[in-house]
Design a protein around this ligand. Structure first.
Ligand code: FES
Length: 191
């Protein structure tokens, strides 16, 4: 049986498709709005965090240790503190001991040699033994000759020698650096 109801060619609106498009548009607008709102703060954020992004070396600075006069009359290495100002990302702190160094006299009129006290094996502090003329590590028994070479033990390299400079009449300065431990090659530490 045929229906007498009028036929309409008008399609009902697709409710879900339009809703979805509206939602996507809204999210896009919110994302763009958020980005635009953040934009003025980006330069400030970069300034505030810039100290964290700078690569700084802990060492690599000339530090005064003592005078030649203080070493006169001694043939054996003597241990000194390395005193320097520490910095973190935002602050500079007052000078304080940051490491130790042995200064080994080389004869009158000659600058001493400087060796870091840090054992290259795992970082313990070595002691100089005047009886055997050796530097000895108390942690795993590495031993080093007076010239810094490894004599025995697990240390993968000899003691780290630091450059020495005599300034003025007799001031002894060293180029203080730190190196990674446990490596056969000297790799300077940055932070
Ligand atoms: S830390 Fe010196 S021998 Fe291990």
């Amino acid at each position: 049986m045929e229906s007498n109801a009028p036929q309409s060619d008008h399609q009902p609106p697709t409710c879900c498709g339009e809703k979805r498009r509206g939602l996507v548009k809204g999210l896009l607008a919110a994302a763009i709005g958020g980005f635009v709102a953040l934009f003025p703060f980006v330069p400030g954020l970069l300034v505030v965090t810039s100290p964290l992004r700078k690569k700084r070396k802990l060492g690599g600075q000339m530090i005064r240790i003592t005078t030649l006069g203080a070493l006169a009359g001694s043939k054996q290495p003597r241990r000194f503190q390395v005193i320097a100002s520490r910095r973190d990302a935002w602050n500079k702190y007052p000078p304080e001991p940051i490491a130790g160094v042995y200064l080994a006299p080389q004869g009158e009129g000659k600058p001493p040699r400087a060796f870091s006290v840090t054992c290259p094996h795992l970082g313990c502090a070595v002691d100089y033994n005047g009886d055997t003329d050796e530097y000895q590590c108390p942690c795993h028994t590495s031993a080093f000759a007076s010239g810094g070479e490894t004599l025995y033990g697990p240390s993968p390299r000899g003691l780290d020698e630091l450059a020495v400079e005599i300034r003025g009449e007799d001031e002894v300065w060293i180029d203080y650096k730190r190196f990674e431990v446990g490596k056969s090659k000297r790799i300077e530490i940055s932070s």
